[in-house]
Design a protein around this ligand. Structure first.
Ligand code: FAD
Length: 303
């Protein structure tokens, strides 16, 4: 299949790109890695009459370790997130998740901004950004705004993005990444998913970020799930069950089992589709929540 005819622009500056998007309104779409948009155009599932290619905007591809957060430019490739040493050190949850995203060839082109804007409910990065409490900065001609990840994903392949807006940066706060200087806090992370073959979109997945204080008490337990709803969702029951609890080996296993079972039955109501039934997905979610919590806490527990 070939795409419907379209006009192509490759601006050199963000301002130019925003002006083109403003001028062409809902007819125009930004083009990032093209790994989702181009197949959709080839199948005529998307028929934009104007493409504004963001690939010359090299200043949108960066990982910057700042005072309050790690900032990731919207055009940062998946492969950079997988291999960059700042990401490995400061955002271990992101680094450990990237090998689960598609295949190496796709990761070398796909971008974080494209993944968040595309908002596939089975995509890994939206769930990881939710778990890490990230904030997404979007810009349009004449203005910018910041949208928390929890408000950015509004439904199936739907986001809070308006026509003419570009995802320019993602801020991941220190409090969740473990960069803050507060003495004695320890952080653990884990990601896991189940898919038919490696690189396929997941049938279900879970990302965990947990924090334990000096006294061994859990101060934060965030688990975000993918592929169990029309958007990434937080397993809210996990935080309710674990925050404030002393993290000691014996009781922890039972606490985690209870939290996972409760989250899978209360926080999600997955749909059935050709890949998996609702019941199967819910049971996968319970297993994955338990598994990521066990792994995330493993290095932090006391005897
Ligand atoms: P594009 O395809 O260029 O754009 C996607 C959409 O986002 C378009 O609507 C575009 O207009 C919009 N957009 C892009 N950038 C911006 C921006 N900065 N601001 C605003 N709007 C923007 N993904 C996974 O998460 N997990 C997988 O397992 C997975 N498997 C895949 C397997 C295959 C075979 C393929 C082809 C893709 C797979 N993907 C998977 C998708 C891949 O990760 C894509 O790269 C990603 O979803 C989109 O990123 P992109 O940069 O290619 O965006």
């Amino acid at each position: 299949m070939k795409p419907a005819p379209f006009e192509y622009f490759c601006p050199d500056t963000l301002e130019e790109a925003l002006a083109l998007l403003a001028e062409h309104g809902s007819d125009a779409k930004p083009l990032a890695g093209g790994q989702s948009l181009i197949p959709a155009m080839n199948f005529r599932l998307a028929t934009p009459s104007v493409l504004v290619d963001l690939n010359a905007l090299t200043n949108l591809a960066h990982v910057t370790v700042g005072d309050g957060s790690v900032r990731i430019g919207g055009m940062t490739r998946h492969r950079t997130l997988e291999t960059n040493s700042d990401v490995a050190r400061e955002l271990p949850l992101v680094a450990m998740t990237m090998p689960f995203v598609a295949h190496a060839a796709i990761r070398s082109r796909g971008t974080i901004g494209g993944s968040l804007a595309h908002a596939d409910p089975a995509a890994e990065l939206p769930a990881v950004m939710l778990a890490l409490h990230a904030t997404i900065t979007v810009r349009k001609q004449g203005g910018a705004r910041s949208v928390p990840a929890g408000e950015f994903f509004t439904g199936l392949f739907s986001t809070a993005l308006e026509h003419g807006e570009i995802v320019t940066e993602i801020d991941v706060p220190r409090a969740i990444t473990g960069l803050e200087t507060q003495a004695g806090l320890r952080h653990g992370y884990a990601f896991d998913e189940v898919s038919r073959r490696h690189g396929d979109f997941a049938l279900a997945g879970a990302a965990a970020a947990v924090t334990v204080d000096e006294a061994g008490v859990c101060t934060s337990a965030r688990v975000a799930l993918l592929s169990v709803a029309d958007r990434p969702v937080m397993a809210e029951q996990v935080s309710r069950a674990l925050v404030g609890q002393p993290i000691t080996r014996g009781p922890l296993s039972q606490l985690i089992r209870d939290a996972a079972a409760s989250a899978a039955s209360t926080d999600i109501d997955p749909a059935s589709d050709i890949h998996a039934s609702s019941r199967y997905r819910a049971s996968l979610a319970a297993v994955l929540i338990r598994r990521v919590l066990e792994r995330a806490f493993m290095s932090l527990v006391s005897e």
